[in-house]
Design a binder for this molecule. Structure first.
Ligand code: SAM
Ligand code: SF4
Length: 337
């Protein structure tokens, strides 16, 4: 098992399968890689099915226990079912999706071995949804959530990014999970990386305070010291669960972070904000393994400042973000691109 310089074991990877997306959410950080929407056809730089499976198999050899498949929109990959099926035995496979392709595919994914799903949903009415995601697919997403529940992926976690443009919809999403069995809600603090606009951030403590009032009971989980809010529907006996994911400048969050990221082109990142380490060539097992060692060795203890204010403008903090690195034949060099 790989352990970083601060004692954190690497137990999980978050793997982006593509940076293409059929939505264009205004807040999207695209796993730290910039813009998403664009041509929908597969691109050359995306890992092939075999390469994805090879990275997963090296990760399994390094005792990584779980992978979360993400993107861009991972369901744009037609080989997703095959990837899930060929993931190493014993590795938990979960998926984060915008949900619009789940109708018709949720069942096949479960048959292939998918164990959990998160579906992004930032609003409960089509107009507000369209404004945030630049997509008219609201009904498909709602159908997708149903399809996931029917396929047995219960509990389905709804992901909502909380920022200026969505904060007013929090009560409605909370009601939705209180009313509907099998749903949970993750309120994700807006991270200004790549998406820019630090001014869109809202004070997440206010969200916690509101939930404290709204909840019937509150539990604190050991991991990340994270609270779980249990909420009841006004006219029912069901109970929903809400969590707040608040990594921004949260040292407790970083202290219990056991994951690294794999980008769609096979680079590794120790954190959303950290430089990429790219195994060159054909992504051989040896190079992938060397990249894992490099990126885990390069992890920092704390989230850090991705953007800093200079003369009234927010700019990228190059000192913190650093330059991309390349692993070639086991050697690490700077990426000239
Ligand atoms: N397309 C899929 C989806 O939307 O779920 C997967 C990729 S998306 C980049 C993965 C997660 O990152 C989603 O839950 C999304 O809401 C979240 N996310 C994207 N941009 C974010 C930001 N600026 N701050 C916080 N979370 C963000
Ligand atoms: Fe980004 Fe996901 Fe929205 Fe696509 S659906 S723009 S990847 S957050």
């Amino acid at each position: 098992m790989l352990v970083d310089g601060f004692g954190r074991e690497l137990t999980e990877i978050r793997m982006s399968l593509t940076d293409r997306c059929n939505f264009d959410c205004v807040y999207c950080h695209n796993e730290g890689l910039g813009d998403t929407r664009g041509p929908m056809a597969p691109r050359d730089e995306e890992m092939t099915t075999d390469e994805v499976v090879r990275v997963l198999s090296v990760a399994a050899d390094l005792d990584v226990e779980a992978v979360k498949l993400t993107g861009g929109e991972p369901m744009l990959r037609e080989d997703l079912e095959e990837i899930v099926r060929r993931a190493p035995d014993g590795m938990e496979v979960s998926l984060t999706t915008n949900g619009s392709f789940l109708p018709g595919r949720a069942e096949g994914l479960v048959e292939a071995g998918l164990e959990r799903v998160n579906v992004s949903q930032d609003a409960v009415d089509p107009e507000a949804f369209a404004e945030i995601t630049k997509s008219g697919a609201y009904d498909r997403v709602v159908e997708g959530v149903d399809a996931a529940l029917e396929a047995g992926l219960d509990p389905v976690k709804l992901n909502m990014v909380v920022f200026e443009g969505t904060v007013e919809y929090v009560p409605q999403l909370v009601d939705r999970v209180a009313e509907r069995d099998g749903l949970r809600l993750q309120l994700i603090e807006y991270m200004p990386e790549i998406a820019g606009h630090p001014e869109w951030a809202v004070d997440v403590d206010r969200v916690h305070e509101w939930l404290d009032d709204r909840a019937d009971r509150v539990e604190t989980r050991e991991m990340h010291d994270r609270k779980r809010y249990f909420v009841r529907a006004e006219d029912g006996d069901g109970e929903g669960m809400v969590e707040v994911v608040d990594p921004v400048e949260n040292a407790d969050f970083c202290e219990s972070c056991h994951r690294v990221r794999v980008t769609h082109d096979g680079s590794l990142k120790g954190c959303l904000n950290r430089p990429r380490v790219h195994p060159m060539g054909e992504l051989s097992e040896a190079e992938i393994r060397a990249a894992f060692h490099e990126v885990v060795g390069d992890r920092v203890p704390y989230y850090g400042e991705f953007m800093v204010e200079e003369d009234g403008e927010w700019v990228r903090n190059d000192e913190y973000v650093g330059e991309p690195l390349v692993v070639e034949h086991g050697r690490v060099t700077a990426d000239d691109d």
